[in-house]
Ligand binder design. Sequence first.
Ligand SMILES: Nc1ncnc2c1ncn2[C@@H]1O[C@H](COP(=O)(O)OP(=O)(O)OP(=O)(O)O)[C@@H](O)[C@H]1O
Ligand SMILES: [Mg+2]
Length: 224
Amino acid sequence: MDADPQGSVGLSLTRQSRVLPGFYDLMADPVYPIDRLIVPTRLETLSLVAAGQTSDYELGGGEMGVTLHRVREFLRSVEGKGYEVCIVDTAAGLFGATADVLSASSAVIIPQQAEPLGIRSVPKLMSVLARMRVVNPELSVLGLLLTMMQPGLAESREAAQSLKDILPSELLFQTMIPRDDLFIRASARGLPVGAMENGAGAMAVFDRVRMEVEAKLTAMAQRK
Ligand SMILES: Nc1ncnc2c1ncn2[C@@H]1O[C@H](COP(=O)(O)OP(=O)(O)OP(=O)(O)O)[C@@H](O)[C@H]1O
Ligand SMILES: [Mg+2]
């Protein structure tokens, strides 16, 4: 589900996503039929909910607490429909719809570019997330996932190293997403990287991320 008003998840999976109803339509209208929001993709096991029409939502945000309630209701109903996992892509930041999605979620993954400026804000981000557990004690931080990694660039390697120094090892994904021009070519064609003719390598990286996520979710379930 795309909860980023810029709606880029949808764009990379289906070209019609700009006109599809989605997350923000549901936030504006709680009785919006959910079945009309869930669209199939070329992957049988993956369905998509686009961002939809944000109208004035992104400007002022929803009424306090209303979004949170509607996100929770939505997650409950897709679970009832048999979906195992609902991955919600949010805009950066910890306010507005992003905060509401976090308050309704059981786990969060933090993608972080491997560059020094971004890394410096990580401790602050972690402490805000910890405070968010006051509102949502269910929320586990699955970990921080380094992206745009360039092993040939000293700054990129240093960023990765300083994250290792400040984060407990279980909070850092072992897999790192390398910077790869294939992403740019894939997004130009409106395809997921894995669907590109030479996408097997990128696909393998995300498959390792998937395995790490599954292991973390299993461990999380066992702790409960
Ligand atoms: N590993 C990568 N290698 C090269 N380019 C990448 C990689 N990951 C993403 N990109 C490119 O960078 C751009 C932004 O990526 P993406 O949308 O994933 O970032 P984002 O952090 O979600 O941005 P936003 O905050 O706008 O949602 C895209 O155009 C994408 O093609
Ligand atoms: Mg994004």
